[in-house]
Design a protein around this ligand. Structure first.
Ligand code: PEP
Ligand code: MG
Length: 592
């Protein structure tokens, strides 16, 4: 039994934090405590000023060289990380650090360490005054740089060298530390501070390392070499767990690993029903580094590449080349399989300060977001940049492009006209792109689903985004846990909308796929097949289970199931029918 968080049963202590990256890690604590450095404070004589300034310059130079070395070790494709180290190099050269410290040495006649501490504290106090979590977190960047220079002044090593399989416990981690940590193959990470957007969380997810952040005072409770469990799925850290707890978590971890291996062993098998109907299984990608998992799990391609996440991490506007390079990297990482890039879907919960001016909206999910935002005048140059980058990449590999959040024909026309204008621009500039590029749209609103027959005439394919389609059909905020009980993928209204879209696609002769989370549910997949879908796009790890559900059914079975559920009156009844179907298939398989 897992006891309640923040409790201590026997000698073990549990701390809760924010689940930053799922998975279980068990290991010995390796403490990275950046706060241990003491700043020596000394008044100096006027004739020592020059020497202190010289010492300070040397420390800056040494820090610069160290950062450059770290950067060289990070491949440029680890973009988030690379950009952070570049930001640290900029801070290192900033006048608020360099000129201010020199001025403190000269005017207050104090040693370089003390002068540096003063300038760093001054910058941090400016960040403190900003009431924005993002900027508050950037305060730690100044700290990391200040500490590096301080260590160089003091001649102290700034390297962290955890043994493999260690659990790293830290108040906070610098991005430079994290590069070293992941290469050292640490098992897990837990920190006092940080939120979902903190660097530790961003980078931990990129490397699939179980992590819990924001535990507040974990470092006060963990000693060197303590046994620690990081449950990155529940956001719990257990310090000095009791033997029963270790046994329980070992078992859970073993099951997770075994399930993962079993899944991977089936990845090369095709998804074909017993009567020979092939189903295309595609991956949804949020980040480039998920492409490897997609390939190893047997993805036939990418049905949804969410482009916004990659650029949200940066504080700078992506250039046309950034979009181009990202697209090329994703296509290469997918080994030439076709990738469907969705244009920027920003706004609502996906806010990037660099890309979007935040709007004060009463209903952001119904507000200025996604394609509508991209078509506004201030966003048009950014959107144009993305389309130019994607179009250029289209001449280099197999790809498609699709627009999100289209409510009806007017918006689709506006998007297509914008794209046509960009294409014409490239032609005029003699820049190559794929003239036959397939352009599609997502169906995420009931309005679009209901006029899919009209929309189908103007696109090459549909991709049904059920995450939003459910939200807008049932009027249930997908982020709000208070109404999550109403969020029902198998609601009869949704099934009817999907059926309408599939029919429209058939009539017009364009392919229809589905890329919402429900496509990755093995219980739902037979219903979707029965409704006529032959392409499902999902998180790659869901693929093997979905494949199994497909492989043990026949087309006749799933069509009968779909016909039956379309007659049912409630989501509960549909779900029951889907469950019965799954268990009848399982017992059928056992009999074989
Ligand atoms: C969807 O709405 O189903 C979808 C795939 O898009 P997102 O989850 O990014 O909104
Ligand atoms: Mg959506």
């Amino acid at each position: 039994m897992i006891s309640s968080p923040e409790s201590s049963g026997g000698s073990e202590l549990r701390k809760t934090g924010i689940a930053a990256c799922q998975g279980i890690a068990i290991g010995r604590a390796y403490i990275v405590d950046r706060r241990q450095l003491k700043v020596p404070k000394r008044q100096i004589d006027p004739d020592e000023v020059e020497g202190e300034i010289e010492r300070f310059h040397r420390a800056i130079e040494a820090s610069g060289r160290q950062l450059e070395k770290i950067k060289q070790k990070i491949e440029e494709r680890e973009r988030d990380h690379y950009a952070i180290i570049t930001a640290h190099q900029l801070i290192l050269r900033d006048d608020h650090v360099v000129a201010a410290t020199i001025q403190h040495i000269e005017s207050s006649l104090i040693n370089a360490e003390w002068a540096l501490r003063r300038s760093v504290e001054k910058i941090k106090s400016v960040f403190d005054a900003v009431e924005d979590d993002y900027f508050r977190e950037r305060r730690s960047d100044v700290d990391f740089v200040g500490e590096r220079v301080l260590r160089n002044l003091l001649g102290r090593d700034s390297k962290v060298t955890p043994p493999p399989d260690a659990i790293v416990i830290a108040h906070d981690l610098s991005p430079a530390d994290t590069a070293v940590l992941y290469r050292a193959a640490v098992a897990g990470i837990a920190t006092d501070v940080g939120g979902k957007t903190s660097h530790t969380a961003i980078i931990a997810r990129g490397y699939s390392t179980p992590a819990v952040v924001g535990t507040e005072d974990l470092t006060n409770h963990v000693g060197r070499d303590d046994l620690v469990i990081v449950d990155g799925s529940a956001g719990v850290v257990i310090i000095n767990p009791d033997p029963e707890t270790v046994t329980e978590y070992r078992e859970r971890s073993r099951l997770e690993i075994a399930a993962g291996i079993a899944r991977l062993s089936r990845s090369a098998e095709p998804a074909v029903t017993q009567d020979g109907v092939s189903v295309e299984l595609l991956a949804n990608l949020d980040h480039l580094n998920e492409a490897g998992v997609a390939v190893s799990h047997g993805a036939d391609g990418v049905g949804l590449c969410r482009t916004e996440y990659h650029f949200m991490a940066s504080e700078e506007l992506p250039t046309e080349d950034d979009h181009f390079n990202y697209a090329i990297q994703v296509m290469e990482a997918m080994g030439g399989r076709c990738v469907t890039f969705r244009t920027l879907d920003l706004g609502a919960d996906k806010i990037s300060e660099a890309l979007v001016e935040p709007h004060d909206e009463a209903n952001p999910a119904l507000g200025l977001r996604s394609l509508r935002l991209c078509l506004t005048e201030p966003m048009q140059p950014i959107f144009r940049c993305q389309l130019r980058g994607l179009l250029r990449a289209s001449s280099k590999g197999k790809m498609k492009v699709m627009f999100p959040m289209i409510s009806g024909l007017e918006e689709l026309r506006a998007a297509r006209e914008f794209l046509a204008d960009v294409q014409q621009e490239l032609r005029t500039e003699s820049i190559a792109f794929d003239e036959d590029l397939h352009v599609g749209m997502m169906i995420e609103m009931p309005s679009a689903a209901l006029v899919a027959d009209h929309l189908a005439k103007y696109v090459d394919f549909f991709s049904i985004g059920t995450n939003d389609l459910i939200q807008y059909t049932i009027a249930v905020d997908r982020m709000n846990e208070l109404v999550s009980y109403l969020y029902a993928p198998l609601h009869p209204a949704l099934l009817r909308l999907i059926q309408t879209v599939v029919e429209a696609g058939k009539t017009q002769g364009i392919p229809v796929s589905i890329c919402g989370e429900m496509a990755g549910d093995p219980l739902v997949a037979p219903v979707l097949l029965g409704l006529g879908l032959r392409t499902l796009s999902m998180h790659a790890v869901a693929m093997p289970d979905v494949k199994e559900a497909i492989c043990c059914a026949t087309l006749k079975d799933v069509e009968e199931l779909a016909a039956r559920v379309l007659e049912l009156e409630s989501a509960t009844e549909v779900r029951r029918a889907a469950l019965e179907f799954a268990s009848s298939r399982a017992s059928h398989k056992e009999r074989l």
